[in-house]
Design a protein. Structure first.
Length: 473
């Protein structure tokens, strides 16, 4: 694989990005693609590992060494074919996945030296779209069976594509006005421009998938007539902040803000929440929090502060806690903080205050780890005209689950056995089944669920195989 010994003489190339001072002035994507010569050199760095741990690091099981080698040899058409064998949407993961494959790369034993897998993946998909290699693949034969999928995020889209290509009639229900779920409305354009999502949705439509947009499925009768149902509704219930002053105006869940920003950028609606000219405090240190910080920068906030309950992670991989090839618990300076703002750790919010509208946030320093004991004498206040709660998600919304009478697991997610819920013919995939997770897990869940649905549809009333079965694999 690659060039023999190249990893010894060629260093890892950092992801090219537009300068922070430039990119905060617009909503275009800020990540760039390496030039072809450098890209092929990065592919050459991939070793012929006896055991390619990158496979285990990637939930999709992407055949990473294979397409790294093909890029090194400038065989991009074959590379996209290899990539599509395991991943329906590499242009999504190449932009949004945190790349656990790189953490598991054998070269990452020397921290910071992993093969630039994510950059190579993005470059393959970009080249394939530019060359027109990605085309609809409608099924040659139809099975006569129908499937309803509720939710059009990455799990729902992957499931829909696999089932449509297996010959089933697939209808996707989406309550928002456009398909894509959080890809479309939760993630800002400067991370993934919406044309990237829309062209995949168009591909699915040309493969026979029917999209019914702007429809909230809350009644079992809406799903009548389908042979199988897949719930891919995500984990959309946000974690709240039970402190005095939570009820004040100007305190919002992160998705309220990000949905509004995405619609504003698309010129489809005026946002109800704005950060322009305000002192913004984002509570939560994950990707959603970073997206809020960066969006506030682009709106022209007076100041942006991001606070985190946990203590600041170590600068380097703590091998005693998360040794290679595990995902390392270490500090990663987000793209948003590179653009500006302040990031603070080990703070517990004690209250919000203001005259009908939030004007100030109160916090206390804590021990940095559970049970987050407050440190005496560390109480502080900070101006806050807009407080955004980005503290993660608790699980799926319950009305439809209750309507269908589905069992839940201990965390409130849909309980399944082989992706089938407690009700025969009703399946679940993605965050609704496993809880809040990564985009790669969502795509993997959608693919695996499609295989389970296809196999179930191939059985007759006596449990005997009547069709091909597992055509959606």
């Amino acid at each position: 694989m690659g060039e023999l010994g190249a990893f010894k003489r060629i260093g890892r190339a950092d992801t090219p990005e537009r300068a922070p001072a430039e990119r905060v002035g617009d909503h275009r994507e800020f990540v760039r693609i390496l030039p072809l010569v450098e890209l092929r050199e990065q592919g050459a760095r991939c070793m012929e590992c006896g055991v390619p741990f990158c496979h285990s690091g990637c939930p999709l099981g992407n055949l990473i060494p294979d397409w790294n080698d093909l890029v090194y040899r400038d065989r991009f058409h074959e590379a996209i074919e290899q990539l599509h064998r395991t991943n329906n949407f590499p242009e999504f993961t190449g932009r949004l996945c945190p790349a656990p494959c790189e953490a598991a790369c054998v070269l990452e034993i020397d921290e910071g030296n992993a093969v630039a897998i994510k950059q190579i993946e993005l470059a393959i998909s970009a080249r394939a779209w530019e060359e027109g290699w990605i085309e609809p693949q409608p099924a040659a034969e139809r099975t006569g069976r129908s499937v309803a999928i509720v939710g059009s995020g990455p799990a729902g889209l992957a499931c829909a594509q696999q089932l449509a290509r297996a010959g089933h009639a697939v209808t996707v229900f989406e309550r928002d006005e456009a398909a894509g779920g959080l890809l479309r409305f939760g993630v800002p354009d400067f991370k993934i421009e919406k044309e990237v999502v829309e062209r995949r949705v168009a591909q699915l439509a040309e493969e026979g998938v029917v999209f019914r947009l702007g429809i909230e499925v809350d009644d079992e009768e809406q799903l009548g007539g389908f042979d199988a149902v897949v719930l891919a509704t995500g984990a959309r219930v946000p974690r709240d902040l039970p402190v005095p002053g939570r009820e004040l105006a100007g305190v919002h869940f992160a998705m309220e803000y990000l949905y509004g920003r995405n619609r504003a950028v698309a010129n489809t609606a005026e946002p109800a929440v704005t950060a322009a000219g305000k002192h913004v405090v984002v509570i939560g240190g994950g990707d959603t929090g970073a997206d809020c910080v960066a969006s506030a920068h682009r709106e022209g906030a007076a100041s942006v502060t991001q606070i985190e309950l946990l203590g600041e992670p170590p600068a380097h991989r703590p091998d005693e806690l998360t040794p290679w090839p595990l995902w390392p618990v270490k500090y990663r300076r987000s793209y948003a903080i590179k653009e500006g703002g302040e990031q603070l750790f080990a703070l517990s919010t004690t209250g919000l205050s203001g005259d009908g509208r939030v004007e100030q946030i109160n916090w206390v320093a804590n021990s940095g780890s559970p049970p987050f004991e407050p440190l005496a004498g560390s109480e502080e206040s900070h101006p806050a005209d807009l407080v955004l709660l980005a503290m993660g998600f608790l699980g799926p919304e319950t009305p439809l689950l209750d309507e269908l009478g589905l069992e839940r697991d201990a965390r409130g997610n849909v309980s399944t056995s082989g992706y089938q819920t407690s009700r025969p013919g009703v399946f679940a995939a993605g965050d609704a089944r496993r809880g809040q997770s990564l985009i790669v897990w969502a795509i993997d869940e959608g693919r695996r669920c499609a295989t389970a649905v296809d196999s179930w549809l191939a059985l007759d009333a006596h449990g005997r195989v009547t069709g091909a079965g597992s055509r959606a694999a």
